[in-house]
Design a protein. Structure first.
Length: 595
């Protein structure tokens, strides 16, 4: 072959690629941008997430550790509520508060790398980065490559998205499934516009499987089934067939996990998440609900009737939660792209598929906000709507810029300005990061590890999520709220051989025994040896000339406290353990006086 013939063939190949819409400059630019976004995410991780510091992070980590060591989907973090809910509680306790997908992914990382805090965070980072790529593809499919790139950059430089992506939680994984769901809906709509070929059935099945993946990532996300079902009910010439297929495949896909949850909980396919509707309300303030075995709160019928029987409490939680979520949305993509995304919801784009996806979001957004409020999902869950907001906000921005027909230099300047405004909080978090919370939690973890030396397999503590992950105890029980709760747990095999209190006890109600025990030295001494305390009071009263009647008043005061406050009877005779060189003002350990 001559040089000229080879040149003609190479040129023909390049023309063929161009005919197919492949632009190598765009591809190289895209690869370079994603390398930069990966570096930004890595820098944020290194500066802000050296250790697991929150309850959910350590909860998922200890579940994943159980899976990786062959104990199955179980937990060592015992909520009294769960122990009371489950019948014939085995050891270890079946996990019913989390979906299984993310813990199993983390467990795989534990098996093939090492068990560490960083492994948990890195797995969420992987899904966070995959979500950025999927966001680009969504923008490219609905509009063009410019919008896809800007949407991905807006996501990848948002401090909120970076925080969520490195949160060691299941939400980056859920966001990835959600973007794939939007892609399936967009592809289905394009297929419907072209006549509705057989490929349409594939997109329906894919959507059903993605709903199942969302459900198994976080069980409350099953409610996203509703807007997708409505979409298939009104779209395309084969909408009845597609709707029936979608509902059937979804039902079959979720059935095994739904049955498992219902079997364990007495009817809830959402696991213990169903009871989140009742928790953290004026009826069950704070974490008190999950620290109680009270049978009145465990029936699934109570969950269904709660919105009607306690409408005031229910509505207050719904309103407060949704308004809080809307406020948190302002931090998702900054003060430029997010307002444009809101305005874009009122504009009809030239892309029919984009309008179809937006129609799904009209129904999905309020349902998702209600899920955040009622199921206490936390603001990290808002990463689910960040990709759609970024795509539609970017599309509307380019719509305005294209209408002005600006010179390319001014156009690039505006885009750079938008990116700088969006990324500035992230840059600040990377350059001036502080790890005070992480350092404090690491110190607490080091002190808590001394609990391993106590020779017990069950620890009662106010930070059981940390004890389950950081110590070698078989189970860590969240401090119960009553003597009856303690008696039930002890009967189930959770012996209270040691009690570990930390500064977390200060967050409990001031009239609760654990708060008094942690904050008041004389209460601790009275519980360990009431006679000794009373003799000291009598001796002191005698020295200052007080009458025996006044001394008896002090005795009655302590006895009244004991009668009015729960768990005093259960911890009679417990004494504080001397930690020696590991003594800390933030840590108190109690054991029965006879040990």
């Amino acid at each position: 072959m001559s040089v000229a013939e080879g040149s003609r063939i190479s040129k023909a190949k390049r023309l063929t690629l161009q005919d197919r819409g492949i632009n190598w400059n765009h591809i190289l630019a895209m690869v370079g941008i994603f390398v930069v976004l990966g570096a930004v995410m890595g820098g944020y991780y290194l500066q802000n997430h050296p250790w697991l510091t929150t309850r959910d992070q350590m909860d998922i980590a200890q579940i994943s550790l159980n899976i990786s060591t062959g104990k199955g989907f179980t937990t060592r973090f015992v909520r009294p509520f769960n122990a009371g809910l489950l019948k014939d509680v085995p050891a270890p306790l079946p996990e019913i508060n989390h979906g299984p997908l993310y813990p199993y992914v983390v467990a795989a990382a534990f098996r093939y790398t090492q068990v560490s805090d960083q492994a948990v965070v890195r797995m969420s980072m992987i899904f966070g980065f995959l979500t950025l790529i999927a966001t680009f593809i969504l923008g490219r499919m609905l509009f063009d490559w410019r919008i896809g790139i800007l949407a991905a950059v807006g996501m990848g430089t948002s401090v909120f998205v970076l925080q969520s992506a490195t949160s060691a939680s299941e939400w980056p994984m859920a966001a990835f499934w959600f973007v794939l769901l939007m892609l399936a809906i967009a592809a289905h709509h394009k297929n419907s516009l072209s006549g509705g070929g057989r490929a349409g059935y594939f997109y329906v099945v894919a959507s059903a499987i993605l709903i199942c993946l969302l459900y198994m990532t976080h069980q409350a996300l099953l409610f996203l089934f509703i807007p997708v079902a409505l979409y298939f009910a009104v779209t395309g010439s084969r909408r009845i067939q597609h709707l029936v297929l979608f509902m059937m495949v979804t039902a079959i896909a979720v059935a095994p996990w739904a049955y498992r949850n219902a079997e364990l909980t007495g009817g809830s396919i959402l696991g213990a998440n169903a009871w989140d509707i009742m928790a953290d309300t004026s009826e069950f303030p704070g974490n008190t609900f999950y620290r109680s075995i009270d049978a009145a709160g465990r029936g699934i019928a109570g969950v269904l009737l709660y919105p009607m029987e306690h409408f005031s409490s229910f509505s207050q939680k719904l309103m407060a939660g949704t308004s809080g979520a809307v406020g948190d949305m302002l931090s998702i993509l900054g003060m430029v792209i997010l307002p444009l995304a809101v305005v874009s919801m009122l504009y009809k784009f030239k892309s029919p598929s984009a309008n179809a996806v937006r129609g799904v979001l009209y129904v999905l957004a309020p349902i998702f906000l209600m899920c955040i409020a009622l199921f206490s999902l936390g603001n990290n869950a808002l990463i689910l709507i960040a990709p759609a907001a970024s795509v539609f906000g970017s599309a509307y921005l380019f719509l305005l810029l294209d209408a002005k027909k600006l010179h390319p230099i001014f156009l690039k300047g505006i885009l750079i300005g938008v990116i700088l405004i969006t990324s500035w909080p992230a840059v600040s978090a990377i350059v001036w990061a502080t790890n005070e919370q992480a350092d404090k939690m690491l110190e607490a973890s080091a002190i808590m590890s001394q609990g391993d030396k106590l020779g017990v397999t069950c620890m009662y503590t106010d930070i059981p999520w940390l004890a389950a992950w950081r110590t070698e105890n078989e189970v860590a029980v969240w401090l119960p709220r009553s003597d009856a709760d303690i008696s039930k747990l002890v009967q189930d095999g959770y012996s209270m051989n040691v009690i570990v209190l930390t500064s977390e006890s200060r967050s409990y109600p001031t009239d609760e025994t654990w708060y008094k025990l942690y904050t008041t030295k004389i209460q601790r001494e009275y519980i360990a040896n009431p006679d000794k305390v009373l003799s000291r009071i009598r001796a002191y009263a005698k020295d200052i000339g007080r009458s025996p009647e006044q001394t008896e008043a002090a005795n009655k005061f302590f006895q009244q406290n004991q009668r009015n406050a729960e768990v005093f009877d259960s911890i009679k005779g417990y004494k504080q353990t001397d930690l020696g060189p590991f003594a800390s003002d933030e840590l108190q350990i109690y054991q029965p006086a006879l040990q």
